[in-house]
Every structure is written in C-alpha cells, then in structure tokens.
Design a protein around this ligand. Structure first.
Ligand code: PLP
Ligand code: ZN
Length: 449
C-alpha cells in the first residue's frame, strides 16, 4: 500500500511553539491561547530548488492563459499551501494588480523611488481577495458549508464573493452598523451572503462571532484564521516579481487588525529563507490617530500590549482598537527593523487627494499609508536614497462619500487643502462658455504632475 506523503505544512503557536496538524479547525493554541501560524517545511522546499530555480519557476508562469497560475496568489502555490490539491482551489483569479511608479510622491517626499501597489484592483476591489481565495479554498477542502467573518467592510465583500462561487457554501457577515461604506455594504448583500448588522463596533463584532464559532460548526474566515494569512503573503511575492526580485528598502502598509502586515512580513522572511531574495525590506505600519494602538506601542518601546477605544475616522476599514494579529505584527515589524506611525484625518485626506489627482484612485485607508510614508520621510526614518513601495489596500470607489465630502469641504475637522470643488451652473451654454473662457476658472492646474 502506498503511504500518504508527509505534509509540507502544519500549524504552530507563535507563543509556546506547540504544533497542530493543518487540517484541524482551530484558531488559537489549546495550551496558551496564542495565535497560530502555518509553517512550511522550508528545509524540504529549499532542497527541492535553489533561489534562482524558484524565481524561474514563478517567472515562467507569468502571462499563462488558463489554469490556477493565472492567479497572483496561486502562481506561488508551492509556497502558499503546498499540500492543497489544485481541485480544491477557488479563484477568480485575483492579484496581478498594478505597481505604479509615483513621480508625484517622489517629488513631494524627495525619496528616490516610490511605487504604489494597487490592491484595490482585485476582483472585489481590495486585497482581501487574496486571503479569501486561500481561506475559501481551504474551507472547501475541509468540506465546510458555513463560513463567517466580522468585517469593517472589505473582508465580508471578499468572503461573500468567493463563497458564492462554491456550490452549497453559505457566508455569514457580521458588520458594525453605520461604520462601513455604502459600497462595501452592498457587496455581501449582492453576493447572497447572510448579512447581519450589529449596533456595536468591529472589536465587539469579532469578539461575539469568535464566541459563537467555538460552539457551532461555522468556519471563521477572519484573519485570525492562519490560512488566510498564507494567501495574503502573495502581495509581497507578486510585488517582488514585478520588481525583478530586487527588494525595496521599505514597504508601507495600512494596519487595522494587523493580519496583512503580518502576512507580508511572513512572506518576506520565507522568500529570504529560500534564497529567492537576498535581503528583507523594512516594514512601516500606518494607522489613523483615531485608532493607533500599534503606533503608540512603537513609541513606548513595546513595553506592553496597547488597546484603545477606536474613534471615528475616514479610514473606516482600519478603525480597530484591539488588533487581532497584534503579536504577529509586532514580531514581524521588529524583526524587519521597521516602525509603526500614525497620521491625522487632515494628513490622511490631503495625502489621498494628492495621489488621487495623479489618476491613481485610492481609499482613505491606503492614504493613511501615504501620509505615514510622507511623515517617515520628513522625520528621516526613510532616507532620500531609499526605495519605497506603498500598499494601497482598496479602491477609492469603495469610499466615494469620503472623497465627495472632502472635496466639498464637508468632512468634519478637515480643511481640504487640495479641494476640487464641483461647479454648479445653470443649464445654459453661455454659462459653460464663460467658465471655459480664458480666466474663467478652467485654466490648467499647475500643481499636478
Ligand atoms: C482590511 C483592510 C485593511 C487592514 O488590514 P489588516 O489585515 O486588518 O491590518 C486596510 N485597508 C483596507 C482597505 C482593508 O480592507
Ligand atoms: Zn501556545
């Protein structure tokens, strides 16, 4: 009889190191309640190929016309979930998002080279599709038919759209009432997800859902689920591939629950261990002042775990006071010799308008990363000769109200330094003609690119 192959991957507690099989449904360590991570047998992966051979393998899959390797997640299948059979994979495909060079940000900051990796170009308009492709695939592999998440908007949009692709799978989204955008709210409803609204903030929604998931056979697809983190690592893989495997000096990431920055860190350390890249970029985590527990922890030298009560912010997808992946994120950022910073609403919205006006439309969460990048450059944390990649996590179109309110001067506490006001005219050709005449207000803008 043929023996079953030894698996490449298992679960490990980041606190006490205790191991569990990957196929067990669990979200925390039985012994110490620590967060779990997926660990791959890196020695075995290393023996199978050297760094150059891995790069050739992945580069050879660029531009394929069919199959899972069209996906910016599953192009890296062997390093994401190597034991997961191809037949289980649920993909749209996702990823393959643009990496935009930003001359405007280079000029503004004096940094040598700045790119924006626009994850808002994913199928449901945020990076959450990468983790959900992995999470829903794994749920299907396990034979689960009910999946759930609490969400600040984008997680539920992605979960709903991937669950909808699987026959017999139902999604349940638990949302904080009035704290997510209209566009985000429309997404799980449209995809047929059971959509539950609670008069509570996100931190309460997730606590409540985790409690229920311990008692009922519901598969939790928040980023506490370590399988999702494996999918999200691919942001780093794809970015490096787009840069010809030449690492930048810094990667700037907006941080809410801190799953994504943990994922990017894990992905980078794995690539380095396998010889695919020769050094690891430093990570800069960005938070709005309204919800900045990690920025405070950084200032205080990580003496103790910081929890805050989140206040309102235009960056509503990262309005989180008690990040679920706190410990993972602190470990990844410290290991990379990085930092966490925070930005005010004014800085966030002005940074958004600056980037938006270059034709790259980003959301307030992504703009938090831009604002913290500008601040880090101003304070000399990021040097003038350094290469920077900023992760834009969602598309501006998901947050249209914030954009319209900013430009209309209606965003509380924000003076729009870069307002592009709507001009209301009578429906009369003469009025339009006056506007377009020399000196009529339609002269070309000099402050753009
Ligand atoms: C989820 C989300 C984030 C934060 O990601 P975490 O993994 O929770 O830190 C940032 N921006 C957007 C647009 C998001 O949807
Ligand atoms: Zn443990």
């Amino acid at each position: 009889m043929a023996s079953t192959p030894r698996p490449f991957s298992s679960l490990r507690c980041i606190g006490c190191g205790r191991g569990y099989p990957l196929g067990e449904i669990r979200y925390e360590c039985e012994a110490c309640s620590g967060l779990l991570e997926v660990v791959h047998d890196l020695d075995r992966l290393k023996k199978s190929r050297d760094g150059a051979a891995w790069r050739r393998l992945f580069d050879g899959r660029m531009g394929v016309k069919a199959g899972i390797h069209r996906s910016g997640v599953w192009r890296f299948h062997e390093l994401i979930l190597p034991d997961l059979p191809e037949a289980a994979i649920v993909t749209k495909p996702e990823g393959d998002t643009n990496l935009y060079r930003s001359p405007r940000l280079e000029k503004e900051s004096g940094a040598a080279c700045v790119h924006i990796k626009h994850e808002g170009e994913n199928p449901t308009l945020s990076f959450k599709d990468r983790g959900m492709s992995a999470g829903v695939s794994f749920a299907r592999h396990l034979g689960v038919d009910l999946v759930a998440c609490a969400s600040t908007g984008d997680t539920s949009a992605a979960m709903a759209a991937y669950a909808a692709q699987v026959e017999g799978m139902r999604g349940v989204a638990v949302l904080p009432q009035g704290k997510i955008s209209m566009e985000q709210l429309s997404q799980p409803i449209a995809s047929g997800c059971l959509t539950v609204s609670l008069p509570a903030d996100f931190d309460t929604c997730i606590r409540l859902l985790r409690e229920v998931c311990r008692k009922r056979p519901v598969y939790l697809l928040n980023s506490v689920n370590p399988v999702r983190i494996e999918g999200q690592k691919s942001i780093a893989y794809e970015m490096l591939q787009q840069l010809g495997w030449e690492p930048p000096d810094w990667i700037v990431v907006p941080v809410g629950n801190a799953g994504n920055i943990s994922a990017i860190g894990k992905g980078l350390f794995d690539l380095h261990a396998l010889g695919i890249i020769d050094r690891v970029p430093r990570l800069l985590g960005a938070q709005p002042e309204a919800a900045a527990p990690l920025a405070r922890a950084h200032r205080e030298g990580y003496r103790e775990r910081v929890r805050v009560k989140a206040a309102d912010t235009a960056a509503s997808a990262i309005r989180i006071g008690d990040p679920v992946s706190y410990d993972k994120a602190v470990a990844a950022v410290r290991r990379s010799k990085g930092a966490f910073l925070s930005a005010s609403e004014q800085e966030i919205m002005d940074a958004k308008a600056l980037v938006d006006a270059t034709g790259v439309y980003i959301c307030p969460n992504s703009a938090t990363a831009v604002a913290c990048f500008l601040k880090a450059r101003g304070e000399g944390i990021i040097g003038a000769d350094e290469k920077v990649v900023i992760i834009a996590t969602a598309h501006g179109c998901k947050f249209s109200q914030a954009t319209i309110d900013y430009h209309g001067g209606r965003l509380a506490g924000v003076v729009p330094g870069r307002a592009n006001r709507i001009i209301e005219l009578e429906a009369d050709p003469a009025a339009l003609e006056r506007l377009l005449a020399p000196g009529g207000g339609a002269a070309s803008r000099k402050d753009g690119q």
